[in-house]
Design a protein. Structure first.
Length: 278
């Protein structure tokens, strides 16, 4: 994503958090700490891909509360600084993959975790497919999309462009770390076929992150059988298109079974499993 497009995205979710405050923001991107102007006090000791600084000459009403909401919205630590001349806040974008040493992760009993991978990006093919082919849109609204069962296609495309990438990244990073554990890896690496059941899959952000991690770590797996269950048929249609594209990109064969169903109680789940021979 180029800086101008990224800036538009940032403005869109700033307008949600600071709606009605009549604030004018300046947004700057920095690649190196050495490029920072002297007027900024940035407390960073780690490597980063991009540092985003948002500044305003106005006083931000209820600043701490709104910064907390912003942090929750973008799933990143946002740091607020207030000076006599202005207010600004900043956060870090993803750490480049070459700076993350996967061998440093070893999830073994009685051994501390020194470093885990916590950020990633959508594969280029997936980013292009959801935005250019499926017409996904980036419009953050974390309250509206807290519940997605009844959303129509237009709303799902907003979810796809806004929260699907985050779900993908969170899922991929979790499984990336798990698969770095030698105990877990040894249980899977010799398998050629695996089965996956995803209940409440939505448009598939978590599922695709898992598949990407599987594809990266286990070359012996040639077939993945997937059962996906969700109450939103339009979300399932979007997921199906993504799975079809996945099959075209990767050598692993995906066999998927789509089940459109909602569950009122545990008994409904048991009946569904019996009906679909799960």
């Amino acid at each position: 994503m180029d800086s101008e497009l990224q800036k538009k995205h940032i403005i869109s979710f700033l307008s949600l958090i600071f709606k009605g405050d009549n604030l004018y923001f300046e947004i700057d991107f920095y690649k190196k700490l050495s490029n920072l102007p002297n007027c900024l006090e940035i407390d960073i000791l780690e490597n980063f891909d991009s540092l985003i600084v948002v500044s305003t000459k106005n006083v931000i009403p209820n600043s701490e509360t709104k910064i907390e909401k912003l942090s929750s919205l973008i799933s990143k630590k946002v740091v607020l600084k207030v000076t006599k001349d202005n207010s600004y806040f900043y956060w870090l974008e993803s750490i480049p993959d070459e700076l993350v040493n996967d061998n440093e992760v070893e999830l073994l009993p009685n051994k501390s975790i020194e470093k885990i991978k916590s950020e990633t990006r959508l594969p280029k093919w997936l980013d292009k497919f959801i935005f250019e082919n499926l017409n996904a849109k980036y419009e953050p609204d974390f309250e509206k999309f807290d519940y997605n069962l009844d959303h129509a296609t237009e709303e799902l495309l907003i979810y796809l462009g806004t929260y699907f990438p985050r779900s993908f990244a969170e899922s991929f990073c979790i499984y990336e770390d798990l698969f770095s554990n030698s105990i877990i890896k040894n249980e899977i690496e010799n398998k050629s076929v695996i089965d996956i059941l995803d209940i409440g899959c939505g448009t598939g952000g978590n599922l695709l992150g898992f598949l990407a991690a599987i594809n990266k770590h286990f070359i012996a797996i040639h077939t993945i059988n997937i059962w996906v269950i969700d109450g939103n048929i339009d979300a399932l249609k979007i997921l199906e298109q993504i799975l079809v594209q996945f099959n075209l990109i990767y050598t692993v064969n995906i066999n998927y079974n789509i089940i459109n169903q909602t569950f009122a109680n545990v008994n409904d789940i048991s009946k569904s499993f019996e009906k679909n021979k799960l």
